[in-house]
Design a protein around this ligand. Structure first.
Ligand code: ZN
Length: 222
């Protein structure tokens, strides 16, 4: 049986939104979900040991960052169906692929929350550049968030095969938290291998260098 999850659109347009563009209800719901996200201490330890430096301690910090810096989050046309979300520095906008506009799926709303968290991680340095290290940092956010959300509502992500789930948040969480890191290394190499291993704001960890230099035998050392 297919499980249908409905979303409650109880959105509050007071405060920060006053006088501004009215937020899309799906985006507003995703931001509310993002705000609640906390990471498990063990997960934080694990990603840091791997070499990631998570840009935020929880979803609330990312939410406040977005609000305090007047960053817009909206649906937009992206270059491909395989790009789920994008940070557009010129327009100070986190863009979510418009194919998910009007979704009624709770799982997709949560995936948008995770993707927004990831892109907020990119936005945090207020530049449009990235590196393998910056991606590893931002991917740690959505991977940890995914585990928290899945623990809160087990099975929530299994009911939908939208690309943002299948090739996005579900996949990254699986390969990030895997004893065998070769899946993550391959995927990051394929998607971000053209970027430098690190940059001056995000110095390369051994892990980022191993990906850049094709060292498949990287192990997390204690
Ligand atoms: Zn990214």
């Amino acid at each position: 049986m297919v499980r249908v999850n409905s979303i409650k659109f109880s959105v509050n347009f007071k405060g920060n939104n006053q006088g501004k563009q009215i937020q899309d209800p799906v985006i507003a719901a995703a931001l509310e979900e993002m705000k609640q996200i906390k990471f498990a201490n063990d997960d934080v330890r694990y990603v840091k040991k791997m070499g990631a430096r998570p840009p935020f301690k929880n979803g609330r910090q990312a939410y406040d960052f977005i609000k305090d810096n007047d960053i817009k989050v909206k649906f937009a046309k992206l270059p491909s169906d395989d790009i789920h979300a994008q940070w557009d520095v010129a327009n100070k906008t986190i863009k979510i692929n418009e194919q998910y506009r009007g979704t009624k799926s709770k799982a997709i709303v949560l995936a948008i929350a995770e993707s927004t968290l990831h892109e907020a991680g990119h936005a945090k340095d207020l530049d449009g550049a990235s590196s393998i290290q910056e991606e590893i940092n931002c991917l740690s956010l959505n991977s940890m968030a995914h585990r928290t959300l899945n623990a809160k509502d087990p099975g929530i992500f299994e009911t939908n095969d939208a690309k943002i789930l299948k090739n996005g948040v579900n996949l990254y969480s699986d390969i990030y938290f895997n004893k065998d890191l070769s899946g993550l290394m391959d995927k990051v190499k394929r998607s971000y291998g053209h970027l430098p291993a690190g940059d001056y704001k995000h110095p390369a960890s051994n892990f980022a260098s191993a990906i850049k230099n094709d060292e498949p035998n990287f192990v997390i050392s204690a």
